[in-house]
Design a protein around this ligand. Structure first.
Ligand code: CS2
Length: 491
């Protein structure tokens, strides 16, 4: 079958929405590092909707590792389908905002040239938590990270996002070009501050004069939200039927989307507000709410669901007791820890989250969310637990989520089969827990991971005993039984 491309675009069925601007007039104003499904379903879609007003904000999408996305999108002139679906129906839209795709390991110079180009005014990122080469418990640069060490030695040929950003800024400074705005779109608390902190520290390690230039770079924080499962072959086939042409890398997502951004863009920005983004002076309250309610629940239901045999989030939500557990976790344990958000209806937000998790049209795998737990848990569950301990309040559901992660990350499911654990600490965790059977010993081993728990939680006797209690329940009766006990408890 023919491929989706500029040429075939004109012949697609009428029902499919298409870019409302002339793609030939689009030039690059944004370099995006980490062009995965999330970026393409969220920021690239917002940008697509406002390019007609100003075509100078096209996107150059950079993959920092594999060539897969470029190989799929380049033959399609960067075009791809965005399929939005829930139980009520679906819509298809062709996104045209990505006009160039680069693969960093193949040609780091091409990426640096693009980033140093004066026309590039924003460098945005979705590189996941581990892409920041930081210590998740403190949010500071991990000076011993292999990519950091590599990029300090080879500043001309970096491999990490941080190395690329600092080298591109060095080249702009040398050429007398103003710094671009940095825009972290990852699920980190105060993501703009975290990014600025690691980039500044890296620059300091390179050269103090460069560090002074980097100190002035704008790095607004953002809260970005849309659930985007990995695309499957079944998605590709269904979309090819609807389009009448092949699309090698469509993206499938939910109707909901939210983007709250601090308005700090010295070199300008697209009019994203026209597509529904909200600009605010300070984003952290939104971010804390989203990370603790959405992502904290997501991780909890992913680990428990996976252990109980649920392949997807919707299946996990259907397990007896799960909905009661997640509702209770949000209402009883998380909500009181959130900073006030004037005029915001928290109860409605929680209700909407439950409906989003239950979206029957998305096959969002629990395994996908379970990835990189050591990087995710600090901001999703542990910061909330810290606040609850400080307030002398209970946190049994949150502790069950952390214990479920420990059980999962130890590497074996309830039938004794090996789990494909993807986590930067997977090797260390496996070595540390190998042969251990006693929940007390397993918990003690995990709590020694200071980059995850820091010294305070690692040494908290009450926290330790709750984890031991939850892990013992998970190991003796299984996750399904632990959940249905919660269901009865809350009924
Ligand atoms: C998920 C998030 O994979 C995960 O860890 O919790 O990607 C989640 O779907 C998004 O943050 C939703 O905005």
């Amino acid at each position: 079958m023919t491929r989706l491309s500029n040429e075939t675009l004109a012949h697609l069925p009428e029902t499919i929405a298409k870019p409302g601007y002339d793609r030939k007039k689009v030039s690059i104003g944004i370099v995006h590092l980490g062009i995965g499904a999330f970026h393409r379903a969220h920021q690239a879609a917002f940008t697509d909707e406002v390019l007609a007003a100003d075509p100078s904000w096209g996107i150059c999408g950079v993959s920092l590792r594999s060539a897969e996305t470029r190989d799929a999108l380049a033959p399609q002139d960067g075009l791809y389908t965005l399929k939005v679906q829930d139980g009520a129906g679906e819509t298809l839209r062709i996104i045209g905002s990505v006009v160039e795709t680069l693969v960093a390991p193949e040609d780091p110079q091409a990426v640096l040239v693009r980033m140093a180009d004066p026309e590039t005014r924003i460098v945005s990122l979705t590189v996941t938590e581990k892409g920041y080469c930081h210590d998740p418990a403190t949010g500071t640069l991990d000076g011993k990270h292999p990519d950091v060490l590599h990029d300090l030695q080879n500043s001309d040929n970096p491999r990490s996002a941080i190395g690329f950003i600092v080298e591109a800024l060095a080249r702009r400074r040398a050429a007398g070009v103003a710094a671009f705005t940095l825009l972290s779109c990852d699920n980190l608390p105060s993501n703009g501050h975290v990014l600025k902190r690691v980039v500044s520290r890296f620059a300091e390690l390179r050269d103090p004069a460069l560090a002074a230039f980097v100190a002035d770079v704008a790095s607004p924080s953002t809260m970005i939200d849309r659930i985007v499962p990995a695309t499957t072959d079944a998605d590709r086939s269904a979309i090819a039927v609807a389009l009448g042409v092949d699309d090698a890398w469509p993206v499938v997502t939910e109707p909901f989307r939210q983007w709250v951004v601090e308005d700090l863009f010295p070199l300008g920005r697209p009019a994203w507000e026209e597509a529904g983004a909200v600009f605010v002076p300070e984003v952290s309250a939104f971010e804390t709410m989203k990370l603790r309610l959405l992502n904290g629940s997501h991780s909890t239901l992913a680990y428990l669901g996976f252990l109980a045999g649920a392949e997807t989030v919707a299946e996990s939500m259907a397990l007896p007791g799960m909905q009661a557990l997640i509702e209770g976790l949000m209402r009883e344990e998380v909500s009181s820890t959130l900073p006030p958000l004037a005029g915001f209806d928290l109860a409605a937000y929680r209700l909407a989250l439950i409906a989003r998790f239950k979206n029957p049209a998305l096959r969002h795998r629990t395994w996908q969310i379970a990835m990189d737990g050591s990087q995710k848990l600090p901001q999703r569950l542990l910061a909330t637990i810290r606040d609850r301990i400080r307030a002398a309040a209970s946190y049994d559901r949150l502790a069950l989520g952390v214990a479920a992660w420990m059980s999962y990350a130890s590497g074996f499911d309830e039938a004794g089969h090996a789990i494909d654990v993807r986590d930067p600490l997977a090797g260390r965790i496996a070595a540390m827990t190998q042969g251990l059977d006693d929940p007390e010993e397993i918990v003690a081993a995990f709590l020694s991971l200071t980059e995850v728990f820091a010294d305070d939680l690692g040494g908290d006797a009450g926290f330790r005993s709750r984890l031991v209690d939850s892990l013992s329940r998970l190991r003796s009766g299984g996750a399904a039984a632990a959940l249905s006990a919660w269901g009865q408890h809350s009924a």
